[in-house]
Design a protein around this ligand. Structure first.
Ligand code: MG
Ligand code: MG
Ligand code: MG
Length: 312
């Protein structure tokens, strides 16, 4: 196939394990079906993703940040703000996602598969079944990890029966016998992030949204205990204020999620009390508020915030 036939498969900015592993998995499927596809990433893999790729012996994909002149397949996002620079100069070939539909538009028909499941890798797993293509062990391994990561070991409100079913199948192929143990290991790797600088922690899993014309950033860190963050909280708050000024955000939110307690301390900068109260029915005390049972940005934080901004 010619160079312009190459399909670049890429997940969102501030890549997480799913956005890198679902890209790798989709590339193998596309290539098995006769396409010429290459897996890419929009930024540095986080600790957890590095651990996952290392453990299963899979190479880190190439960096791609600009879509100009490229044929691209987007995974794990459909928001322009989270996608490649110059996406309007790219040819979008397809989109696979499990978030709300974003603001990407296309001038021509595309493959577009969005399902309200817990992980993009679950959808890619379903496609392997659909096309009856065998999944190599190591790819099954990284897909299992992506599902464990995105669903917070099946604890998140985003988890569906399909995620559990596909993960079970993938774990079997990959020869993983204790899925829960692997999941906890992943979140320990992720918790390692607290050794990084406040800016790095803030941006490690950060997503940008356009809510009714307001530029809003929502970051998240998932740890095995909130106490790990006690020493960095103040510095994180200062960094959020700096980032707001530098990058022109209306509001910046940061979720400190405790995966064992199953709750989130939500820090906020810039958003007024009214928005916060509308969205979560609670007042911010100091810089943050604790939200019991909240673990999912896409299901429990983005929708109420978007609604609150829209009703301003
Ligand atoms: Mg993701
Ligand atoms: Mg995902
Ligand atoms: Mg996530």
């Amino acid at each position: 196939m010619s160079e312009n036939g190459v399909i670049y498969v890429v997940g969102h900015k501030s890549p997480d394990t799913d956005s890198i592993c679902s890209a790798i998995a989709l590339v193998h499927l596309l290539n098995s079906l006769g396409y010429e596809a290459v897996a890419c990433r929009q930024g540095e893999p986080n600790n957890e993703t590095r651990y996952v790729l290392n453990r299963f012996g899979v190479e880190v994909p190439n960096l791609l940040t600009d879509g100009s002149g490229k044929k691209v397949f987007l995974v794990d996002h459909s928001d322009v703000a989270q996608s490649l620079d110059n996406l309007d100069k790219a040819e979008i070939f397809g989109i696979i996602d499990h978030h709300k539909i974003g603001d990407v538009t296309t001038p021509q028909p595309v493959y577009f598969l969005a399902l309200p499941v817990g992980c993009s890798s679950t959808i890619v797993g379903m496609l392997y079944d659909y096309f009856n293509v065998e999944i190599p062990e190591k790819i099954a391994g990284i897909m299992t990890c992506a599902i464990l990561s995105d669903t917070v070991i099946f604890r998140s409100a985003t988890t569906t029966e399909k995620d559990k079913e596909i993960a079970k199948k993938l774990a079997y192929i990959a020869g993983i016998d204790d899925v829960e143990k692997l999941g906890v290991q992943l979140f320990k790797e992720k918790s390692d992030i607290v050794r990084k600088s406040p800016r790095e922690i803030l941006l490690s899993d950060f997503k940008e949204f356009d809510f009714a014309g307001y530029k809003v950033g929502i970051g998240q860190v998932e740890v095995v205990s909130l106490s790990l963050l006690d020493n960095v909280k103040d510095a994180l708050f200062e960094e959020m204020k700096r980032l707001k000024e530098e990058s022109g955000f209306h509001g910046i939110f940061f979720m400190l999620t405790d995966i064992m307690q199953e709750g989130t301390e939500l820090m906020a900068v810039g958003a007024n009390q009214e928005i916060f109260e509308k969205a979560f029915g609670k007042q911010v005390e100091g810089n943050s508020v604790y939200l019991e049972g909240v673990m999912s940005r896409k299901k429990q934080v983005v929708p109420p915030l978007q609604k609150a901004y829209e009703s301003q």
